[in-house]
Design a protein. Structure first.
Length: 256
């Protein structure tokens, strides 16, 4: 797998509904998978209601299992209960966050030195004795990651987490081209400027319901048929019931 293919697979998770579920490596939110996830971990038992209420077309991931799922062939396949992934396939074992970093061999570097940082690199940090986290560097200071604070798979700024190390996975061919990364430009919570911008009630509505002016925020950074959900308060990002509508990708002007 090349780094481009790796990132393209990761980007698919940004286009569908995902939910942070401990031990999730791309399983669909079927009744069977929900029950199995809840029974497997105490963390999931505490979130039983959230998991049980997940729509069927939702995929379960946690941070390291998201990356393992990609390496196992996850492809957002709604016709497969595991999204197309096959457990421990392609020669990749079921490793921990640290185990995933060790899959980089000697190609591990401190985050302070970004000289060797390329799209597709694995980012890693550890806090205390038991808290670890990994993500995928997507280029241009963006990261694709799955975390409880994000609710599922999202694209974030590299400063969102306190990354400590990064490395090249030995099973990925990184080639010689570090930029650009083939991932979406927009991120959850990104501030945008609207100037009489058409807003739609759904991702497939043909006529705008209204026009808005002022500052708004992308709710989840997900592309729905070329449109993005927006909210009128950054505190509402990620809350579907607070979405005020959809805007076309071509109408988005970021307040950077």
């Amino acid at each position: 797998m090349t780094s481009t293919q790796f990132l393209q697979a990761a980007s698919k998770a940004l286009e569908v509904n995902t939910l942070y579920v401990k031990g999730g490596w791309g399983q669909l939110a079927t009744s069977k998978n929900k029950a199995k996830a809840i029974a497997q971990y105490d963390y999931n038992k505490e979130r039983k209601e959230l998991i049980n209420n997940a729509p069927y077309r939702t995929f379960f991931f946690d941070c390291v299992c998201f990356i393992k799922g990609l390496l196992w062939g996850w492809s957002a396949n709604f016709g497969d209960s595991n999204g197309g992934a096959k457990y421990e396939s392609n020669g990749v074992e079921d490793v921990t966050c640290l185990g995933l970093l060790h899959m980089c061999g000697n190609d591990i570097f401190p985050i302070e030195d970004k000289t060797n940082l390329k799209p597709g690199c694995i980012l890693y940090f550890k806090k205390g004795r038991n808290s670890e986290h990994v993500g995928i560097y997507a280029g241009r200071d963006k990261v694709i990651e799955c975390a409880p604070s994000l609710g599922g798979v999202k694209i974030t700024h590299i400063s969102y987490q306190q990354w400590q190390k990064y490395g090249y996975l030995e099973c990925i061919d990184y080639g010689n081209t570090p930029e650009p990364a083939p991932v979406p430009t927009y991120t959850a919570g990104e501030k945008i400027v609207c100037n009489n911008t058409p807003i739609y009630v759904s991702c497939d509505a043909k006529k705008p319901a209204n026009h808005v002016t002022g500052y708004y925020w992308l709710s989840d950074g997900k592309n729905f048929n070329g449109r993005y959900r927006i909210v009128n308060n950054p505190m509402y990002c990620g809350a579907v019931n607070k979405t005020i509508g959809y805007v076309n990708k071509g109408d988005i002007k970021c307040a950077r």
